[in-house]
Each structure stands twice: as structure tokens, then as C-alpha cells.
Design a binder for this molecule. Structure first.
Ligand SMILES: [Zn+2]
Length: 152
């Protein structure tokens, strides 16, 4: 009988979810939110079927766990994932105060624990990605309202 409290057990469940995702043409990612040894939520990657890049398994699992608990505080929960949560999912993990994250495969470039630099402008992204956008904060120094020095 498996020990239901081990990381290996929950990661194996995530692997099964990831395999289900792959069978449906998705990236092979599965994620679960576990609280006190009980699975609150489980999700598979669904970016293709849901037509949105935000349908990462981790985000879907977090959303479902929040609905189960009825509040956004997931600090006493562990997020398990087949893959290192990306920076987008890492934002949500931090927002919800997840207390523990366990993953199996690292995510090169944009993993939430291993990415470095400003995500909007870094060129350290997967090779097939487009170049970073031109980024502008309004107003720039040139466009700022005249200062008192300019009115003198
Ligand atoms: Zn993600």
C-alpha cells in the first residue's frame, strides 16, 4: 500500500495527469494542490483545449483549490507539479501564499525558481520565442510635464 503522504506518491499522480494531457495534445504537465495529505485539486495542462496560454496545469489547480477552500489563502498547501512552475504560475503561487512547492522536471529559461532577470525584456527565453517587446513606461523623462525649472 502506498504511503499517501510522500512527495513521490503525489508526483507520480502528477505524472499520470501529465500523461493524460499529452494524450490530448497538450504539454505533458500535471499539477495538484495537497493539504494535510488530501488532494484539494488536480489539473492537466489545457492551453490547447482552452485556447489560452494561462491554462497551465498549476494555475488551474490553484484556481480549483481556491474554489474548494472558498478563500485565496493556500499557505497550508503544497503544490505538486511535473515541471518547475513557470514565472506566470510562480506569481500565482506567491499570491496565494502556497507554503511548499515540489516539482520534478526543471524548466529552463522561465522556471519560477530558476529564471533570472526581468521577464518582459530578457532574451534568456526558449529559442522559438519572439524577441522581447519594446517597453515604455509613460511618461518617459522626455515626455514628463515641465518642471518648475522649465517654467523659470
Ligand atoms: Zn506556468
Amino acid at each position: 500500500m502506498p504511503d499517501l503522504s510522500t512527495d513521490a506518491f503525489f508526483l507520480a499522480q502528477c505524472q499520470q495527469l501529465g500523461a493524460q494531457a499529452a494524450e490530448q495534445g497538450e504539454s505533458p504537465v500535471g499539477a495538484m494542490v495537497v493539504r494535510a495529505g488530501r488532494v484539494l485539486a488536480a489539473a492537466t495542462e489545457a492551453t490547447q483545449s482552452m485556447h489560452t496560454i494561462t491554462a497551465h496545469a498549476e494555475l488551474l489547480a490553484l484556481q480549483a483549490a481556491r474554489e474548494v477552500l472558498g478563500h485565496p489563502n493556500l499557505s497550508d498547501c503544497t503544490l505538486y507539479s511535473t515541471h518547475e512552475p513557470c514565472v506566470m504560475c510562480a506569481y500565482a503561487i506567491r499570491y496565494h501564499g502556497i507554503g511548499r512547492v515540489v516539482y520534478e522536471q526543471g524548466s529552463p529559461y522561465l522556471g519560477g525558481a530558476s529564471a533570472s532577470g526581468p521577464i518582459l525584456t530578457t532574451t534568456q527565453v526558449p529559442p522559438h520565442w519572439a524577441p522581447p517587446p519594446t517597453v515604455k513606461q509613460w511618461p518617459s523623462a522626455d515626455e514628463a510635464a515641465p518642471t518648475s525649472a522649465g517654467q523659470a
